[in-house]
Design a protein around this ligand. Structure first.
Ligand SMILES: Cc1ncc(COP(=O)(O)O)c(C=O)c1O
Length: 385
């Protein structure tokens, strides 16, 4: 059987990884400043993470959600304390789209409504409700478009008020820093307005922290810079440092009881919880948040020194280098010639930069060296062509 040709693949096959480096079978080293779309949070094969996972594999990998699981309790407790969100409850699942799907469902259960207000250029996943709330017609099948979604511009308070004043929306969903879309940010006033109008109109306020959460933005969650308080927070990617795990956090009292309304076979299994528990312990013991802020600033300043970069978008280690030309050719040559992984965005001029959160200054210097070499060669080729 052949694999479906879903992705256009780079002709590189890493078989080993450590920190922010990955290696092919012939020993070629690549610098990974992308982490497979912001998934690698504490670095590839972090020794503590690996030892915890190995120990758990020896004990037990999975049992169903019909038994008690202390690892889930530990996860919820530690996540609540580290993120400052002690007043939330956690539902565990397996992927970002599944988290968004459940978040939208929870909002609809609570409000008994089915319309969603979303933001232009957003990405929330590929399952049915999540993809319907995503601003990309190309990835929606007819079956995905069964409820009405309105897309407004980021930070357009008037459009927000106009839509929600109809009292017909189940939820507003927003990435406080857009990932796939290209690092556009919600300003603090907009997020606070969403909170207040959602309260007035009995609409659920969902923040999608699947990419920006777990310290990537320089706060544990990106919404926290604004002081706004969402009803629902979706989480995934950096949570498991590469092991699939996701979740939905709901404000305590959001609904009286969830019993019988939600469920999953694999969500919150023993190995997945061990992965997230290890990530949380490393975030705390290595003071990852402080590193994200210091190194994020150092990285931002260094990127701005590169010829052709007109702006650095984003915060912390969720960054986008905006060039004054489309970067697809540059990005491919960074992989093949400079042995450097970066990411693309919907904005063709944007190179996404999402390294592990515990990178050092030396790692940044190495990145900048590779990027500068690649960009210089690319710029020369542009001049002579
Ligand atoms: C903000 C955001 N939400 C949801 C998703 C969907 O996550 P998954 O690919 O795990 O389904 C993504 C994935 O890129 C994302 O960036």
């Amino acid at each position: 059987m052949k694999l479906q040709e879903v992705y256009s693949l780079f002709n590189v096959e890493p078989i080993k990884a450590k920190g922010c480096k990955v290696y092919t079978a012939d020993g070629t080293e690549y610098l990974d400043f992308y982490g497979g779309h912001a998934v690698i949070s504490i670095g590839h094969s972090h020794p503590y993470f690996v030892s915890q996972m190995k120990q758990q594999i020896d004990k037990m990998i999975f049992y169903s959600n019909s038994i008690k699981n202390q690892l889930q309790v530990q996860l919820a407790d530690h996540l609540g304390k580290l993120s400052g969100c002690v007043d939330y409850e956690l539902f565990l699942c397996n992927s970002g789209a599944e988290a968004v799907e459940n978040a939208l469902k929870m909002a609809s259960f609570k409000t008994k409504r089915h319309k969603i207000l979303s933001i232009k250029n957003c990405f929330h996943g590929r399952t049915s409700a999540a993809v319907n709330a995503t601003d990309n017609q190309k990835i929606k099948a007819p079956i995905n478009t069964r409820f009405e979604t309105t897309f407004i511009e980021m930070n357009d308070i008037e459009a927000l008020k106009k839509s929600l004043s109809t009292h017909t929306y189940a939820a507003v969903i927003i990435e406080c820093i857009q990932g796939v879309g290209g690092l556009d940010e919600a300003n603090d006033d907009f997020l606070k307005e969403i909170e207040s109008i959602c309260i007035q109109t009995n609409t659920a306020f969902i923040v999608d922290e699947i990419q920006s959460g777990f310290c990537r933005s320089g706060d544990f969650f990106a919404f926290q810079k604004s002081g706004a308080q969402p009803d629902i927070i979706t989480i995934a990617k950096g949570m498991g440092n590469g092991f699939p795990i996701a979740g939905v956090m709901t404000r305590s009292g959001f609904i009286d009881s969830w019993t019988g309304m939600l469920g999953t076979t694999f969500g919150g299994n023993h190995l997945a919880c061990t992965a997230c528990n290890a990530v949380l312990e490393v975030i705390e013991s290595e003071d990852i948040l402080a590193n994200v802020n210091t190194i994020g600033q150092y990285l931002t300043d260094a990127i701005l020194s590169i010829d052709g970069v007109v702006e650095v978008k984003g915060r912390g280690l969720m960054l986008g280098a905006k060039f004054d030309y489309p970067v697809a050719v540059l990005r491919a040559s960074l992989v093949y010639e400079n042995k450097l992984f970066t990411g693309s965005a919907k904005d063709p001029n944007l190179l996404r930069i999402l390294p592990p959160l515990n990178i050092s200054k030396d790692d940044v210097d190495c990145f900048i060296d590779k990027l500068r070499t690649g960009v210089t060669k690319h710029n020369q080729a542009l001049v002579t062509s």
